[in-house]
Ligand binder design. Structure first.
Ligand SMILES: O=C(NCc1cccc(CNc2ccc3[nH]ncc3c2)c1)c1cc(-c2ccc(F)cc2)cc(O)c1O
Ligand SMILES: [Mg+2]
Length: 214
């Protein structure tokens, strides 16, 4: 049977990256996506912005919505302090299977809990299931029409504290207009747009960073 693009991306990691070296895993994926096959990773340009926000927040608890092949999972987890935890939700089992192996190749299994299922099912259960109080950082990169409803769920289930940071990918392309409107107009958030480009292209895209004011 034919391989899938995530499987070919994984093969490129296993062929070109060094086990236990997250930066080489990131480099191998970016090379594959730039020179072989485009894939919807946050990518190297927006990835640098992601890195700077993670470093600034220095989070002990991170929630990622949308794992895909684990590219941003590896970028984030490689910057976390010891004992910090990253929970990443992935709905698509084929993506999850590849992501587990990419995360393992990077040697980051200890820091990452990959949960298979839908955000709307899992957000209400995260506290009891994983002993989480609140998240210091939430990275939104799943279905774009779920950013707003899931942000409201995250608020409703008390998963944010004063100073928690939401970082959203693709706010221009494919775009998340209702989410942008919400975080930019709500008195409960201080929002900031980081202009960039759609991964591996010249098309405009960007990340929106929104600090929860409580
Ligand atoms: O759509 C996107 N990504 C989300 C996505 C997409 C498909 C499947 C899943 C399945 N994973 C999933 C679903 C629901 C979930 N609930 N909780 C977890 C969870 C996980 C997720 C996307 C698209 C483009 C893009 C494409 C084409 C183009 F021309 C320009 C731009 C660029 C991106 O950077 C993108 O991030
Ligand atoms: Mg994205």
């Amino acid at each position: 049977t034919q391989s899938t693009r995530p499987q070919r991306l994984l093969s490129a990691v296993q062929k070109n990256a060094t086990r236990g070296d997250p930066r080489s895993v990131v480099k191998a994926i970016d090379h594959f996506c730039r020179h072989k096959e485009w894939a919807m990773n946050v990518g190297d340009e927006k990835g640098c912005i992601l890195d700077s926000v993670v470093t600034e927040v220095n989070p002990h608890t991170v929630l990622e919505l949308g794992t895909y092949c684990g590219y941003s999972t590896v970028r984030i987890a490689s910057l976390l302090p010891p004992h910090a935890k990253l929970i990443t939700l992935e709905f698509n089992p084929d993506y999850a299977a590849v992501a587990r192996q990419v995360i393992a190749w990077a040697g980051l299994e200890e820091k990452v809990q990959l949960v298979e299922g839908a955000s709307s099912d899992w957000i209400p259960k995260l506290k009891e299931q994983f002993g989480i109080q609140t998240f210091d950082l939430v990275f939104l990169d799943h279905w774009k029409d779920r950013y707003l409803p899931d942000t409201k769920l995250i608020e409703e289930f008390g998963l944010l504290r004063k100073g928690s940071v939401l970082l959203a990918d693709n706010v221009i392309c494919p775009g998340t207009p209702d989410y942008l409107e919400y975080v930019r107009s709500s008195p409960q958030y201080k929002s900031q747009y980081f202009k960039s480009h759609l991964e591996y292209t010249k098309v405009e895209d960007g990340l929106e960073k929104s600090v929860f004011l409580g």
